[in-house]
Design a protein. Structure first.
Length: 761
């Protein structure tokens, strides 16, 4: 594959093209699913396939697979349309939000939006793209637009407006000098001339409900049950009747119709050749020589031998929480909650959970075709028996509760072991949320809508797992609010956000699963939470023992949390106040804090609902980084979970739109030095104008940077395992070209390190 380099393009506002900012870097990687293939094109023995969150390239002869996503070049997720010109090597991606990416051998250009019809308030989703030469016809909910791929600008658009109602172009293609569009009322055509934008001048060639169209050597289109070859100006129906056509594709010698469960191949005269089944539904299919390849919904590309080709990844993109454990093993839950409330999100895919065994992603066959409704908010491995996997099914229908499954490494699959209903008297009650594991392998689960008698459904509870009886012991708390979040274990306590009441709880289980002597400590509005807050959502405890508590409105700190929480009537949680234009401003005031994670250097990763992710200094006074979907590969600005692998510094960002990772600079921070690394090095100004990073430092590092003559040009104290130097000297001016020596000692002087930096201005 020819490598796609990433370049920047100038602002061409009149063409609705934005500066193609490089929002990705080598530090980012995607953990997307590439199972759902939406469109394919064959290019000289290589298949280019578009999926929900990226494009991948499969070379048939070698088996090589490479991928392109928002982590390494694209600008969005949620792909809805794609086409590729094999002669010019230019591809065009359309997204659900109406934007597009133009992919060329020289780079990727971001197109903000297609022309919008006046008065149209519907979806901007790109329904379909068809490239002919240097032109692409783009189908949307209000008509079609022509896009010039060479100039990267829009030409004419035709808005399908009749009697005050817009009609969607389901798909369209250019054949000859005409645009052919299929709609829910017929096959419509117009020459590309001066009257093209006027919808009243379009011709309806054939009435009917048509969904798909394609052209190359011939023109073919289809309704849900029939397909036609447009030969010599007359539609000729193909011989087969279909149950529900998913796509039609045409090349120089074949017509391929993808039906619900089978793919049919015809020659370009419309004569039936053969049919192929791939054992599952396909979105699309193409022929390569005499072979048929299916673009499946669940398994990537398949050949006629049912062999699968795709980048490895989770079964679906939809994700909620992540657990890292063992030797690079990962468990991902795929449930969800609307906002902070206890309302299951109805996901028609019913996805279950995903498992990475350290080498490959595995999906439990238990969930395939299972009619139980799953809303899995958390999944963990039992550290006492790592092959035992527990998950919470947080729904309000039959089958909710805690599940236990057994992993079999030989079959690479899971078997169902047990469902614990937690003694629920109704499907609405005792719904498990999240697991907590302590330092002696005790397991607890937070439970929403629990209680007894007249209080049934109003209390928050804790379930302690008793391995001896293989059951959960239920302890009802006094919190009369119903809901619960996943708890955090720290210093013998379970720290539990309460999302429906303006309170927060620490639960002392006395380091046993015996629930009779347990104690709860509760903070509420009188302790300093925002008066207009509806509940607490997230919590993390840093290296100094302070609890960072995220609410649906704002962030609060509980200093010396373990001792403070035990005297709740005399403590106050505090906001972080930062200076803005000389005035004090509360950090994250009025923002919902979805997740907080502390890295090995005591820096804080904070996910703000709708606001992306902030990387803060240890005290929260400095924003080191702020990632959003606009300036980074984050797939959304609402990240539901963050986890840091402290051994490597890799950060996992989880969302309903998929998972991405970022290679952080902080890992295994101790009182001594690790593997000290300086980058970039050398620093060539013409190539790099940012700060130089020094990582692998001690928790507290005294830094002196000297020139070749021994003059100290910069000094600092770095905290948290890394430091960024802006290449300025102590007077604030950029240092001259030359070699600079970095002299470092840890806090007590017991360890030291050195490094060199070459600067070329």
């Amino acid at each position: 594959m020819k490598k796609l380099s990433l370049i920047s393009f100038g602002v061409l506002a009149s063409l609705q093209i934005v500066n193609a900012q490089n929002i990705s870097s080598k530090k980012w990687a995607d953990v997307f699913s590439y199972n759902n293939v939406l469109a394919m094109k064959e290019d000289n023995g290589r298949i280019v396939a578009a999926t929900e969150n990226g494009v991948f390239y499969y070379t048939i002869s070698s088996g090589e697979i490479t991928k392109l996503s928002k982590a390494n070049g694209l600008h969005e997720v949620k792909i809805s349309a794609f086409d590729y010109n094999t002669q010019t090597k230019i591809g065009l991606i359309g997204y659900q939000n109406g934007s597009m990416d133009v992919i060329t051998p020289d780079g990727v250009t971001y197109i903000v939006d297609i022309p919008i019809a006046t008065g149209y308030n519907g979806s901007k989703r790109i329904n379909h793209i068809s490239i002919t030469g240097d032109l692409a016809v783009i189908s949307v909910g209000y008509g079609v637009s022509i896009f010039d791929l060479k100039k990267k600008e829009f030409k004419d658009s035709s808005f399908f407006l009749s009697a005050g109602v817009y009609e969607a172009s389901n798909e369209a293609t250019i054949f000859g000098n005409k645009v052919y569009s299929v709609t829910n009322t017929g096959l419509k055509t117009h020459e590309m001339n001066t009257t093209f934008p006027v919808f009243s001048t379009w011709t309806t060639e054939m009435a009917g409900t048509f969904k798909h169209i394609d052209s190359e050597s011939v023109l073919t289109f289809s309704s849900p049950t029939t397909a036609y070859v447009y030969n010599g100006g007359t539609p000729v129906q193909l011989s087969q009747t279909f149950s529900n056509t998913h796509d039609v594709t045409v090349n120089s010698n074949s017509i391929v119709v993808t039906d619900a469960g089978r793919v049919y191949v015809f020659n370009t005269n419309g004569n039936f050749n053969n049919s192929v089944t791939f054992g599952e539904e396909c979105n699309t299919a193409i022929t390569v020589g005499s072979s048929v390849y299916g673009g499946t919904i669940l398994s990537g590309i398949k050949n006629e031998g049912n062999n699968t080709f795709k980048p490895d990844g989770p079964y679906f993109n939809y994700a909620y929480k992540i657990s890292l454990y063992g030797d690079n093993q990962i468990l991902v839950s795929s449930g969800g909650r609307e906002n902070r409330f206890n309302i299951p999100i109805n996901n028609p895919k019913n996805p279950g959970f995903y498992y990475f065994n350290g080498m490959e992603w595995i999906y439990p066959s238990y969930f395939i075709g299972n009619t139980t409704r799953f809303n899995i908010l958390d999944v963990v491995s039992d550290p006492a028996n790592p092959d035992d996997i527990f998950f919470t099914n947080y729904n309000n229908s039959a089958g909710h509760g805690v599940y236990k499954m057994k992993y079999n490494a030989g079959s690479k699959d899971f078997t169902f072991t047990k469902n614990y209903d937690l003694g629920a008297g109704s499907v609405y009650f005792r719904r498990p949320v999240g697991f907590t594991l302590d330092d002696t392998n005790n397991m607890f689960v937070s439970i929403a809508f629990s209680g007894e008698g007249t209080a049934e459904g109003t209390l928050t509870s804790i379930g302690a797992y008793d391995r001896a009886t293989d059951n959960f012991l239920i302890k009802h708390t006094t919190v009369n609010g119903g809901a619960a979040q996943k708890a955090l274990y720290y210093e013998g306590l379970l720290w539990l956000p309460l999302p429906r009441v303006n309170s927060f709880m620490a639960y002392d289980y006395k380091k046993t699963i015996n629930i009779s002597d347990d104690t709860e400590y509760i903070l509420n509005q009188s302790n300093g939470f925002a008066s207009n807050s509806g509940g607490t959502v997230s919590v993390a405890i840093d290296k100094s023992g302070d609890a960072w508590i995220g609410g649906d409105i704002g962030l609060r700190i509980l200093p010396n949390a373990v001792s403070a929480i035990k005297t709740p009537t005399s403590v106050t949680v505090e906001p972080i106040v930062i200076e803005q234009n000389g005035l004090g401003e509360e950090l994250f005031r009025d923002s919902q804090i979805l997740q907080i994670e502390v890295d090995a250097g005591d820096h804080k990763w904070v996910s703000v609902d709708g606001g992306g992710v902030y990387y803060l200094s240890a005290d929260g006074q400095q924003t080191i980084k702020h990632f959003t979907k606009e300036n980074s590969p984050l797939p959304t600005n609402s990240i539901t979970d963050i986890k840091v692998d402290r051994k490597t510094g890799k950060v996992y960002f989880v969302s309903y739109d998929g998972i991405v990772t970022y290679q952080g600079d902080v890992a295994d921070v101790t009182s001594g030095f690790g593997n000290v690394l300086v980058y970039p090095n050398p620093v060539v100004y013409s190539n790099f104008k940012g700060k130089v990073t020094i990582k692998g430092l001690a928790e507290v590092t005294n830094i002196r940077i000297a020139d070749a003559a021994g003059n100290v040009v910069h000094s600092a104290v770095a905290r948290g395992g890394y430091y960024e130097w802006d290449l300025n000297n102590q007077r604030g001016s950029r240092v001259a070209s030359g070699i600079y020596f970095v002299l470092m000692t840890n806090e007590d002087g017991s360890d030291k390190a050195t490094a060199k930096i070459a600067v070329v201005n």
